[in-house]
Write a protein that binds this ligand. Sequence first.
Ligand code: HEC
Length: 148
Amino acid sequence: MMRVQSLFKCGVILLSSALVAMAPLTPSAAPQSIDSQGATSRSPAGTFSTQQAANGEKMFKQVCSPCHNTDQMSGSKFRSRWADETVGDVFDFISSAMPEGNPGSLSAEEYSSIVAFFLRESGYEAGTSDLPATLEPLKAMRIEVPSK
Ligand code: HEC
């Protein structure tokens, strides 16, 4: 008798805690288009400044051009290489793998300026503030599949 009863109790407790756990999901509709934790994506257009892209170009020519040319990193080549990935993926890749042989040798700001340069060369318009140099906000910027 005791066992059955306590099993029953136990079941009631489990069930009610399951209901409590589910409760917050049911009543209010999930907010959409709110950029909490970068969950919603936006275009990279206007996310970097002209000055930043110019700095990135200088840096790229100094550090990366022995192995790469601008053409390879820009325009539709850039867009189709990174289509449907985020600006954060580009930043993450170059800051952890490039320059080959000496990865991570630039500052986060320098990597970020190089990404700004890639964006400019790929036809995105500059804005007034700099592209951030941290991964989190960059992950919210999605590179669209080129239309052509
Ligand atoms: C010593 C030569 C060398 C230097 C210097 C170098 N890279 Fe690379 N990079 C490579 C090689 C080799 C690959 C191909 C590696 C791979 O695909 O895994 C590559 C791949 C890349 C890619 C991916 C391209 C693609 O189409 O997949 C990017 C972006 C990139 N490099 C950016 C940079 C940037 C930015 C710098 C300067 C900070 C830099 N690289 C400096 C050799 C170099």
